[in-house]
Ligand binder design. Structure first.
Ligand SMILES: [Zn+2]
Length: 145
């Protein structure tokens, strides 16, 4: 039977800088500087996530609007290269829908949607929908739920 030796009391380390902590067992940081830095970093991280997410939603909508104005793309769809090259970021989507005719999945960004190809190497089809039918959507207001 092996025995595991652990230091007692268990070694605690600062959640910000990783240095060992001495003193009260409830302490999580080696000093108030680390504590403040940790919470500031945490706050900045949360804000930047929200910001970049909303930015991606809004930018995708903008890019898709531009692409939809192109009659050729509107008719034939667009291949992945130019779509991503235009700055469309498909990693974020809160609103997806299955196209009843094609079975393809449409990612909606506000009023503009992009339908993922149903076969490898296929084109992405562009879609548009009526703003009044978009729930909780305000053009340019960044209000996507
Ligand atoms: Zn520290």
């Amino acid at each position: 039977m092996s025995q595991l030796f652990k230091p007692w009391p268990p070694e605690r380390r600062c959640q910000f800088c990783g240095k060992p902590i001495t003193g009260k067992s409830t302490k999580k940081f080696c000093n108030t500087g680390c504590k403040d830095s940790f919470h500031n970093a945490e706050k900045a991280r949360k804000n930047s996530n929200t910001y970049s997410y909303e930015t991606v939603m809004r930018q995708n909508e903008k890019h898709l609007k531009v692409l939809s104005a192109n009659a050729y793309y509107q008719q034939n769809g667009i291949s992945e290269g130019p779509l991503l090259g235009q700055g469309v970021n498909l990693s974020v989507c809160v609103n997806e829908e299955v196209h009843l005719k094609t079975g393809g999945v449409i990612y909606w960004y506000g009023c503009y949607g992009v339908e993922l190809p149903t076969k490898v190497g296929g084109n992405y089809m562009l879609h548009q929908r009526d703003e009044s039918k978009v729930p909780n959507f305000k053009l340019g207001g960044g209000n996507y739920v």
